[in-house]
Write a protein of this length. Structure first.
Length: 217
């Protein structure tokens, strides 16, 4: 989902989970030269910037003006087969989940696997958030990350080199894949670029704690 005028795209982190290579597709155009601007495993967000701009950004909604009962629409690719599926529903609540500081938007517009990272739009076609998860065991338990929370992740990454963000993402994905040597290699590359990088030190320490044999000479 293209949000900002500079070509920045946002999706769910788990869409890139475990990946060492990825591309952005817009209609029939595929762009493989993509920078990682920021990522947050905890918030399930990845912010990307293709080197080539091929889309216009969506208009953004002020999340503070949202109210329960408002009509919303979701767009996605359910099951990875039905691109640009459009469905409608309403906002049914604002929920604080886990340890995140923001409140998720709960809505009733049905989503399926493959919808993650898709847009949730107001009835004025303004973006209010992106879909992120549903809860099993009941109906209408669908949730979106609000646009203001997404913008906070983007602002926190300002000043970081895009290569640093990509190396950190690759290090996390290598950790998920149990490729412990790659974790350390990516972390070392990150620390070479920025010796003070907390992300680099954190992911390397995590790898060495879980795979202590790597710290042996």
């Amino acid at each position: 989902m293209l949000i900002w005028g500079d070509g920045t795209i946002v999706t769910n982190y788990y869409v890139l989970r475990g990946c060492m290579d990825f591309a952005v597709r817009a209609g029939k155009i595929t762009i493989r030269d993509v920078d990682v601007i920021a990522s947050s495993f905890e918030m399930d967000l990845a912010i990307l910037k293709p080197k080539k701009k091929v889309m216009k950004p969506v208009r953004l909604c002020d999340p503070d003006k949202l109210r329960i009962g408002e009509t919303v629409y979701s767009i996605g690719n359910p099951l990875g087969e039905f691109e640009n599926t459009f469905s409608g529903g309403m906002i049914s609540g604002f929920r604080k989940i886990d340890q995140n500081d923001f409140r998720y938007i709960q809505f009733t517009s049905p989503i399926s696997p493959g919808n993650s990272g898709g847009a949730i739009l107001s009835d004025e076609c303004q973006l209010i958030g992106i879909t992120t998860m549903s809860r099993l065991g009941g109906n209408d338990f669908y949730f979106a990350i609000p646009i203001n929370a997404i913008d906070e992740v983007r602002k926190e990454s300002e000043g970081l080199k895009t290569v640093e963000c990509k190396l950190f993402l690759f290090a996390q994905n290598a950790y998920i894949n149990d490729e412990c040597r790659k974790v350390v290699d990516f972390a070392d590359m990150l620390l070479k670029l920025n010796p003070r990088s907390f992300d680099g030190r954190f992911v390397k320490a995590k790898a060495l704690i879980c795979f202590p044999i790597l710290s042996s000479p």
